[in-house]
Design a protein. Structure first.
Ligand code: CTP
Ligand code: MG
Length: 335
């Protein structure tokens, strides 16, 4: 591979921001969809509390981290302390409770890697997955949402990257490509690296929010409204950042030696994490550290074949952004 680090961005790049922003806007969920999600959550809370008055329901994932596009399913976490019941029993009971009301297709998936109840609400048409006590996901959802509130360009970039990944078939963990969560972390990392930086490192600052979940200390600065407009000294447009993002993953990231780490606001070495060799199914071919479960590499799903697919897709996208007269069409062409 030739490193083209010196390559400059095309001269008309900024004029491409208009079409990119209209794609972004077309993906934003309308207010009424958000209302319907709240409505469904309210109904679920009522049903759950009848049986378990101490239990709580939390939204997590794209419906709550502000990176959700229109017509997404919602992810819900049931927080419950039932010492004498294992997760699959709780799942069965939860399915029972919800079945009795007018919800549709209530299914208990007790054997999945993460056991869930799946259902559809015929009134709002919204589908929903409910998991049990996955509170780290609730906390990482808050971290992502707080980052999104610092600079509008993060949400714009992440929507465009998620849309690209879905169009190109590289947002499928069961086929060895990356989750939406991983792509959003890649966007945050990228904006932390710009000079001047567009995003700070919230976990590197004096914590104003701190919880311990499953023995993991989660602490970060969450008073983001106090940061003023952190990224104001960086004037890069969204089109420039889309180009830069693909260029970074195509030609600048050191896949052999580096781990991207939103937690530290930087990259760290694979050797320091002992992620240099394959252990079981974890190959560490692209390394993305989870901000709280720091032994988790979100790139662990990527294998020998899919790393090639991913890197070729990054290169294709970088080249389109560099040379194509109409990149907004070509970039999102179905694969
Ligand atoms: N999550 C996690 N660890 C992972 C994958 C996901 O903690 N390895 C949690 C995160 O809280 C994430 C949520 O599960 O926000 C949902 O993950 P995912 O489906 O990848 O992201 P969404 O934001 O829901 O994206 P999409 O719009 O594609 O559903
Ligand atoms: Mg989701």
């Amino acid at each position: 591979r030739t490193l083209k680090r010196q390559m400059m961005c095309r001269r008309d790049i900024d004029s491409l921001s208009v079409p990119f922003l209209s794609i972004y806007e077309s993906l934003i969920p309308p207010e009424e969809e958000k209302l319907k999600q709240k409505q469904l959550l309210g109904l679920l809370e009522k049903l759950v509390c009848k049986e378990w008055p101490m239990a709580r329901l939390y939204l997590y994932g794209s419906c709550a981290n502000s990176f959700g596009v229109s017509k997404s399913d919602i992810d819900v976490c049931l927080a419950i302390q039932e010492a004498d019941m294992d997760k699959s029993k709780i799942i069965m009971k939860l399915a029972d409770i919800l079945q009795s009301d007018n919800l549709q297709n209530v299914q208990a998936l007790t054997r999945a890697r993460v056991p869930i109840v799946k259902l559809m609400d015929p009134v709002t048409g919204i589908s929903c997955d409910i998991c049990i006590n996955n509170l780290l996901a609730v906390v990482n959802t808050k971290l992502l949402r707080d980052y999104a509130n610092i600079d509008a360009r993060l949400r714009q970039l992440a929507f465009i990257i998620k849309h690209w990944a879905k169009s190109r078939g590289v947002n499928e963990t069961y086929h060895g490509t990356l989750s939406s969560y991983a792509y959003v972390l890649m966007c945050i990392h990228f904006l932390q690296q710009r000079r001047p930086a567009i995003l700070p490192c919230l976990q590197g600052m004096e914590p104003t929010y701190s919880v311990t979940v499953d023995n993991v200390d989660c602490a970060f600065f969450d008073k983001v409204e106090k940061l003023g407009h952190f990224g104001r000294h960086n004037k890069e447009t969204i089109a420039h950042l889309v180009w830069g993002f693909f260029y970074y993953w195509a030609y600048c990231h050191d896949y052999a030696n580096s781990v991207i780490s939103v937690r530290t606001g930087s990259t760290i070495s694979k050797r320091d994490k002992d992620w240099t060799r394959r252990v079981g199914n974890d190959r560490h071919l692209i390394c993305i550290e989870d901000p709280f479960e720091i032994s988790h590499d979100l790139g662990r799903v990527v294998d020998k074949h899919s790393i090639k697919v991913l890197r070729e897709e990054f290169e294709r996208a970088a080249d389109i952004m560099q040379y194509d007269p109409n990149p907004c069409v070509k970039l999102f062409e179905p694969y």
